[in-house]
Design a protein around this ligand. Structure first.
Ligand code: ACO
Length: 433
């Protein structure tokens, strides 16, 4: 008997007294293996009940590794700290999508391809201009990325690898254009076309903020800080929006429709919206003197310290450390934000307080990111759009993995039915008589 085959779980069903051996592979059992466990010949097989998938692996993935207890995040094996410091967003996007770092020729070709697909069909622009004057930019982004499927009907051919590559390039290239236009729309400002002479992130800033100048010349420190933020958000394994992309993608729909589902998931306050809540909290606290009272309220269970705690990280979120450093660089350019002092003091107090220490509550990625976005003069509605642009290569890398994974099936969970059965239908004419 090999070591591998000794890895089994013995389950005894006390309803029948029968025992079953279920193989353990990679620390998991197959939920389908439990299907053989039945209370009687005609009874349904045993299933697992797991709302929110808190203990269910839905796929095998080689994209992102997280060790929440140790505070480790790696893309394709590379630590996030090294990528944030020494790489750039497009190289990281290449790494996520292709699984390995590019050669010089591969990198140049990739950057060229992305750069020359930043424009969108003029009808996309006209379609977006039809949104109400105060449309939320996330709603505009979700709709417009989904609408791209109608401009590229060939994207449905997901079994062709060249075709998949084309759509991936298009989407990474066009998300900043759609995001920037969603921003300008609510501001009533003219929309700025992409400038292919600029880097990915500098071009995004140009489309966001350019007015009458010939060329938008963003401060390099701001370009770098935003690029780092994109890197930090590029993937986070099976989070809610990635799960949405995979779930919709499992129907073999085109990738634009799948990514639109991811944008929708990210729109929700439990996923993409926490940094906005941090800002509101800091503004409400108002000054350092009020922090002890605020902390007392949190400990009494009246509210949460937003930007603290994480489902996976029970240690300092590695992204929060990097963002804290980026915040310093950004404030060097924009001037400091008085809310930063409150945030720093809040962090200091919380990290020494027994309540937070005992529950392993540390700053997460959202604790400082809102402050940086505010320094860029982004309104809170744009925070999640920035997240979506950063997350696009991750969604696409995961989608690519999904469509090539022979073990994957259409995502279709079971349910525990709790409703009525076999009622007799009485027609309305009799019920209402
Ligand atoms: N402030 C105060 N107490 C907290 C906080 C917090 N931010 N987070 C968790 N706790 C406490 C809970 O009250 C609970 O205490 P108890 O055991 O005495 O009841 C304990 O810590 C465990 O909390 P859970 O809610 O069970 O932890 P869970 O893993 O389900 O929640 C979550 C994680 C949702 C992120 C939570 O920590 C939270 O609400 N944080 C604030 C919101 C936030 O910053 N979200 C952004 C996450 S990062 C991202 O999505 C990109």
């Amino acid at each position: 008997m090999t070591q591998q085959s000794a890895e089994t779980l013995t389950v005894r069903d006390n309803r029948t007294g029968k025992e079953y051996d279920v193989p353990i592979t990679d620390g998991t059992i197959k939920a389908a293996d439990l299907g053989q466990i039945k209370a009687g010949d005609d009874a349904p097989g045993l299933a697992v009940y797991d709302p929110g998938f808190v203990n269910t692996a839905s796929c095998r993935s080689a994209v992102t590794y997280i060790d929440g207890d140790k505070g480790i995040l790696e893309y394709r094996g590379y630590p996030i700290e090294q990528l944030a410091e020494k790489s750039n967003f497009l190289e990281v996007a290449y790494l996520l999508v292709h699984g390995a770092l590019p050669t010089k020729a591969e990198y140049d070709a990739w950057v060229h391809e992305i750069t020359f697909h930043t424009f969108v069909h003029e009808n996309v622009k006209e379609f977006m201009q039809g949104f109400r004057y105060d449309a939320h930019p996330m709603g505009m982004l979700m709709a417009s990325v989904g609408a791209l499927s109608t401009f590229y009907p060939d994207a449905r051919n997901i079994s062709d690898s060249e075709n998949r590559h084309m759509q991936i390039v298009r989407m990474i290239a066009k998300m900043p254009t759609l995001g920037a236009w969603s921003f300008r729309h609510a501001q009533g400002k003219p929309w700025v076309y992409p400038d292919n002479e600029l880097s990915y992130t500098a071009n995004f800033l140009s489309m966001l903020f350019k007015m009458s100048e010939q060329k938008f010349d963003a401060d390099e420190r701001l370009v770098k800080a935003l690029d780092v933020l994109f890197i930090l958000h590029a993937d986070h394994e099976q989070n809610a929006s990635t799960n949405a992309v995979r779930s919709v993608g499992s129907t073999q729909v085109d990738p634009y429709s799948a990514v639109a589902a991811g944008v929708g998931a990210l729109f929700g306050p439990l996923h993409g919206g926490a940094n906005e809540a941090v800002l509101r909290m800091l503004k409400r606290i108002g000054s350092k003197e009020n922090i002890p009272d605020f902390i007392k309220g949190v400990k009494d269970g009246n509210e949460r310290l937003m930007g603290f705690g994480h489902r996976v990280y029970k240690n300092y979120d590695p992204r929060a450390k990097i963002i804290k450093k980026s915040a310093e660089d950004v404030f060097e350019v924009t001037g400091t934000n008085p809310l930063l002092d409150i945030a720093l003091e809040l962090e200091k107090i919380a990290l020494e307080d027994e309540y937070f220490v005992k529950r392993k509550l540390y700053p997460n990625v959202d604790f400082y990111s809102g402050l940086i976005y505010e320094a860029f003069q982004f309104p809170p509605e744009m925070f999640t759009v920035l997240f979506a642009i950063g997350r696009t290569p991750g969604w696409l890398a995961q989608w690519l993995e999904l469509v090539q994974d022979k073990e994957q099936k259409i995502a279709r969970p079971k349910q525990i039915y709790t409703g009525d059965r076999t009622l007799d239908f009485v027609p309305a004419s009799e019920r209402w008589a």
